[in-house]
Write a protein that binds this ligand. Sequence first.
Ligand code: NAD
Ligand code: IPM
Ligand code: MN
Length: 350
Amino acid sequence: MQSSIVLLPGDGIGPEVVAAAERVLRLVADRFGHRFEISSHPIGGAALKSGLPPLPEATRAACQEADAVLLGAVGDPAFDRGSSEGRPETGLLQLRQALGVFANLRPAKVWPGMEDGGPFKPELITGVDLLIVRELLGGIYFGEPRGIAKDRQSAFNTMRYSRPEVERIAEVAFKAAQGRRKLVTSVDKANVLETSRMWRRVVTEVAADYDDVELEHILVDNAAMQIVQMPERFDVMVCDNMFGDILSDEAAAVTGGLGLAASASLGDKGPGIFEPVHGSAPDIAGQGIANPAAMLRTVALMLGHGLGEHEQARAVEQAVDWALETTHTPDLGGVATTQQFGDAVLAALS
Ligand code: NAD
Ligand code: IPM
Ligand code: MN
């Protein structure tokens, strides 16, 4: 078996956690006889710093030809004052568009043995296992028109959804629920937004094709509350682009933090982008203490969802779980470095 993988280390802790991913991939290659053809390309602030656009043409082309794309993170305070063309984040948004990855799967699960140590009571979070299905190519992130008035005294974005965009993400959610606990919670702001009222109508129509799955609708503010109050009751939560962005950080916090949260961005065809939920974490970048577990779980999602190598995916997931029994980076209250956590995963995997 041979697969081509594009690594996009990006900014901040991105390169630090991607280095851990690369070590793990090399061991998976040895253990399972899977040849990975790995190449690395600039995106985000790393590209901007060498005078390139945030998504260089060569990076886009390499991603389109790959079997899977593994992204670290983009974002650099050095570019915080830039317009959207000059911002690292634009590179990621353009890449998602170029690859047509409309469905972002963000699992949030409390693994047995990981209930202690965080800010939440163990009895509150025991057994939490939810999946946020986030629409990734529409809504207020991409709506036109957008802009800043000439006098810079006002600014605007457009929130827009079309029926096919809602249908296709709803289908992903219902199919995912069929393989899980068969509950879809659709999140919206239908008491205020036209887009949300259409979202609710279309999701309800799609539900008719999945009569083995229960559908409920919930307003986003209430959803935010229930994720901290009774997170175990959720199975699949289907959200628009922005609500899914926000609620997935919240769900990550409830289930162990951003240092553990993985995601897969998938389209109908072509390579997926596998990206941890977290960002470039400028507050800890360069210190060698980022938790690479989110990235390594993302590697597992890539092996499973992206390459169909389920045995390899399970082996990596299990190795991360074992490493988490003994080795904690500072975000989990420990003193381990990124390198030491990577070592623990490699030891568990070999
Ligand atoms: P962030 O996710 O980078 O960090 C939030 C907090 O979580 C920080 O305190 C950070 O130290 C901590 N954290 C995150 N990942 C961690 C890890 N693996 N190990 C230990 N601690 C971790 O969010 P932010 O600070 O709001 O954003 C920083 C930059 O990242 C911004 O430029 C933003 O646009 C970008 N961003 C990028 C992505 C992405 O590339 N997919 C995602 C989110 C944010
Ligand atoms: C994420 C990030 C991105 C998003 C940014 C960096 C564009 O927050 O992947 O969650 O909002 O989609
Ligand atoms: Mn986010």
